[in-house]
Ligand binder design. Structure first.
Ligand code: MRU
Length: 359
């Protein structure tokens, strides 16, 4: 397979009739490639909740298409009735997962389009929503490409990099964020070896990242999460790259559970840690990581989901947070589409994103 067949693979798209969304069901990978056609709000909510579509940018893009499609089915004749139903559907989709800020962010952007077309004919409003969803998708492609370029500029031929979860093309649109530099490296003949954390409990690293990298021909080795220390100690890793689900103004980063432990380990060994993500994942209204909501998921994901037989008694209590927060002090930098932000993060975010940070 070519690199492009992976970096440009379709994970989310509008149905041909533009009345549905077609998604690659990521829960079935790497064993089955199956696309689902979704037409109802309930099916769309379920697809996000069950991680059929997943990854912060990807669920933002999906939610934008969802609102463009679902809005066509709103029958209220007047604007107020339309807007009430639009808001109900948007709030419903937003309730599917709490941590990735892209979901609420893109829903708010679609809301802004509706409000800007208050006095426009319904057809004009619906067309504007569809245009906005497509623009959100295209902007993400461009941002991922820039992030991949900046990320690659941090690496040298022969480096080993450890990565966590999946922040590749499946989680975004083209190339990805934290894993985008690896595909660019492959295209440009730079040798990078990727150490892939399996990422318990939902195994996004094993099922998705090692799948994508292997299909693209990027050299990689899959490890269990608790093997990161020995790999670092043996000098096999020169950098840690992971994605992000919500970045606070002070540079604290919420990402897949296990990211903060990896960052703590890397700091112990003196290995630089970078979080890579688009500005759509920065929550400019969030002061620090303590204000980031952390999703708690079904204990069955730990006890039974990926096993033939249960691996714990049914009555065993489990704690299953889907994300944790990496303190900004552990990060060498945050790689965005506008460049690499280093400490002091708040000050440097203000230089790079003045319009979003305020005075
Ligand atoms: O629960 P998931 O699989 O949606 O979690 C995804 C992650 O934590 C990714 O690292 C993050 O969303 C960045 S994706 C570019």
């Amino acid at each position: 397979m070519s690199v492009q067949s992976v970096t440009h693979a379709v994970n989310v798209r509008l149905g041909d009739d533009e009345n549905s969304i077609v998604v690659l069901d990521q829960t079935l990978l790497p064993n089955e490639t199956k696309y689902l056609t979704l037409t109802t709000a309930e099916a769309m909510w379920e697809a996000i909740y069950k991680l059929r579509v997943r990854g912060a940018p990807c669920i933002g893009i999906f939610a934008a298409y969802a609102m463009a499609v679902l809005s066509k089915g709103i029958s209220a004749p007047d604007y107020d009735g339309f807007y009430a139903e639009f808001t109900r559907l948007s709030d419903y989709l937003n309730s599917s997962r709490p941590t990735a800020v892209n979901l609420g962010g893109m829903l708010r952007r679609m809301d802004g389009v509706v409000q800007a077309h208050k006095d426009a004919p319904r057809e004009t409003l619906l067309a504007a929503l569809m245009r906005e969803a497509k623009a959100i998708h295209e902007e993400d492609m461009a941002m991922c490409r820039k992030i991949s370029e900046y990320g690659l500029s941090l690496l040298h031929d022969g480096d080993g990099v450890i990565t966590h979860c999946n922040a590749g093309p499946l989680a975004t649109s083209r190339y990805g964020t934290a894993q985008g530099p690896f595909y660019l490296a492959k295209e440009q003949g730079v040798n990078i070896h990727v150490w892939v954390d399996e990422t318990r409990p939902l195994l996004q690293g094993a099922r998705l990242t090692s799948y994508e990298l292997t299909k693209a021909g990027v050299p990689c080795t899959l490890i269990c999460d608790n093997m990161a220390s020995i790999v670092m100690k043996q000098g096999k890793v020169q950098a840690v790259f992971f994605g992000c689900d919500r970045i606070a103004r002070n540079g604290d980063v919420a990402n897949k559970i296990g990211s903060s432990g990896l960052a703590i380990l890397a700091n112990y060994y003196g290995i630089p840690v970078y979080s890579l993500g688009p500005s759509t994942t920065i929550d400019f209204s969030c002061p620090d990581g303590d204000h980031i909501p952390i999703e708690l998921r079904d204990p069955e994901e730990i006890k039974t989901l990926h096993y033939e037989k249960a691996m714990a008694l049914p009555e065993v209590e489990c704690f299953n947070p889907a994300f944790d927060v990496t303190d900004h002090s552990l990060l060498a930098g945050i790689v965005t589409e506008r460049g690499i932000v280093r400490a002091p993060f708040e000050e440097n975010f203000r230089k790079l994103f003045p319009e979003a940070m305020g005075a």
